[in-house]
Design a binder for this molecule. Structure first.
Ligand code: NAI
Ligand SMILES: O=C(O)/C=C\C(=O)CC(=O)O
Length: 344
């Protein structure tokens, strides 16, 4: 069998204070009319950037939304057109990055992504968009942000809950790369290092949210994990997150966090290589370790608490089983419904 490994070409500026290099990066790109897309949490960083850019910061859009609803993208596209925007800088979580990608898909232009969570979207050519409650996810090289700026100083105020769930979102990217049918020596190496680094750094950060060194390590693991998502195919875990998230408009990272132990339990008996690596890293049953980690920091553990109606689970199982993402365990309605009921 021949597997194809592609390394997506992103340029990464990494380091505390890296955000101050954004104006020079925009000079390098030769752009003049910049739209700043910003999550509510990153207003101060956007103000700082706008002041540094002066007249080049022609517009700001501050309402990116999780799961990238096309109605919100349409609003932002009107700003792109009205202001003759020729580049977008996104500062914030995966919702801001996703909106940047959706704009680039409609109006090709340079995208500088400045992530403030661990979603990893900034290094992937993946975009999920939601229209009328249905989330469609696609992959295209043109969606990958050209420049990524990782500045751990922008993550120091991330609360414990988001730190935990966003890091587990990253962990899920690495875990699924380990059992992906197109895993390669490179994706295995990235995924193994991502899991090891992340599981070491996360308890340190949760013990001291302002520990810059541990935050840097978490950001490095998110970068590695995002790169796994960029190169290897997603499986059942991401598919469940996308179908549930799009259908019930749920918080993305919370959903990943509560699903991961269940999907690990479901898949690991069918994925011996991934099981061996994860057992070596965790020193225990990987599903139990992740479940304990989430529970001990009061993370989300029940779909019903997120607001998913029990009677909606059957339709989710049927939709996923009708067109499953590639997955080591067979994806059939009955076992899937059991998994969902356990998570509910
Ligand atoms: N295409 C891809 O490769 C990927 C896409 N995604 C997408 O990204 C979105 C989820 O992104 P997330 O980052 O989980 O959440 P998010 O972008 O929705 O942010 C969640 C909340 O956290 C706040 N926030 C962000 N950074 C913060 C910080 N440093 N301190 C305090 N608050 C902060 C935001 O303002 C928001 O209220 C979903 O739409 C998901 O589908 C997620 C992973 C990969
Ligand atoms: O589920 C994830 O973390 C990875 C991919 C997506 O979320 C797709 C997207 O909404 O951009």
């Amino acid at each position: 069998m021949v597997v194809v490994h592609e390394t997506p070409p992103s340029r990464v500026l990494f380091g505390t204070g890296a955000r101050h290099a954004i104006p020079d990066e925009l000079d390098r790109l030769g752009v003049q009319r910049v739209l700043v897309v910003v999550s509510a949490s990153a207003r101060a960083a956007a103000d700082e950037l706008s002041a540094a850019l002066g007249e080049r910061a022609v517009a700001r859009f501050d309402r990116p939304m999780v799961h990238t609803p096309v109605t919100v993208t349409d609003e932002a596209m009107a700003v792109v057109a009205d202001e003759f925007v020729d580049a977008v800088v996104t500062i914030g979580g995966g919702a801001a990055t996703g909106l940047g990608k959706a704009l680039v898909a409609r109006s090709p232009m340079p995208h500088v992504a400045v992530p403030t969570t661990y979603s990893g979207s900034e290094v992937t050519p993946v975009l999920g968009e939601t229209e009328e409650g249905v989330k469609q996810t696609r992959r295209d090289a043109s969606l990958l942000p050209g420049t990524v700026v990782y500045d751990a100083e922008l993550t120091l105020r991330m609360p414990a809950g988001l730190t935990l769930t966003s890091a587990v979102n990253a962990l899920a990217h690495a875990v699924e790369a380990l059992w992906a049918p197109d895993a390669t020596a490179v994706s295995d190496a990235l995924a193994t290092e991502a899991c090891d680094l992340l599981l070491g750094a996360l308890p340190r950060v949760l013990a001291d949210l302002g520990d810059v060194d541990a935050r840097i390590r978490l950001q490095q693991s998110a970068w590695l994990a995002g790169t796994c998502l960029a190169t290897a195919q997603m499986g059942l875990h991401h598919q469940l997150a996308h179908v549930l998230g799009g259908t019930f408009d749920l918080p993305h990272a919370d959903l990943h966090t509560l699903l991961l132990p269940h999907v690990l339990r479901f898949n690991l008996p069918h994925a011996p290589r991934a099981a061996a690596r994860l057992t070596r890293i965790t020193g225990d049953d990987p599903a139990a370790v992740v479940a304990r980690l989430v529970a001990s920091y009061d993370g989300p553990t029940r779909l019903r608490v997120l607001g998913v109606p029990e009677e909606g689970l059957g339709a989710v199982a049927e939709r996923v089983a009708a067109a499953p993402y590639p997955n080591p365990a067979p994806v059939e309605v009955g076992p899937l419904l059991e998994l969902l009921r356990a998570a509910w």
